[in-house]
Design a protein around this ligand. Sequence first.
Ligand code: CMX
Length: 136
Amino acid sequence: MIKKVHHIGIAVKDLKESAGLFERLFGVKPHIAEAPCQQVTEAVFKIGDSVEIDLLEPMGPDSAVAKFLEQRGEGLHHIAMEVDDINAELITMEEKGVRLIDKEGREGVAGQIGFLHPKSVNGVLIELLQPREGSH
Ligand code: CMX
């Protein structure tokens, strides 16, 4: 079951500069985190009670976000949906005709993650996330 939108990922070139802008505009202090498994450094802004905005700066030139910035420039990178059972949800999505990037959940910073290909979802990369116990 899809429970909620968990976060929105935005690719940025300069995390410090963009985090400063978002803090100034929206009045929320970010939490900075490294996600080596995804090759990004993140500035996480908790907006309201539930949804986060994650600014993503690539750690190196070979990462998915670096390639995205090169091809498409800064902007919306992905939308993450929280699910209660990542592997069941990936199977359901495949049955609905979606092209999967991940056939099964893999370890991410906040829990098990799996991606749906943007070419199957109107040009938007979708992340499914089953948060780790104790995470939200
Ligand atoms: N949103 C929308 N479209 C995207 C995209 C994105 N984030 N990333 C790539 N694309 C588009 C490209 O522009 C390209 O489009 P055109 O063919 O029209 O030019 C097409 O997808 C390329 O697809 P591809 O050749 O199959 O794949 P790529 O090698 O470019 O890789 C993708 C794209 C989405 C499969 C890869 O980036 C991926 O596996 N992403 C999942 C993991 C990830 O993005 N991690 C980053 C951080 C996540 C986090 O912090 O949670």
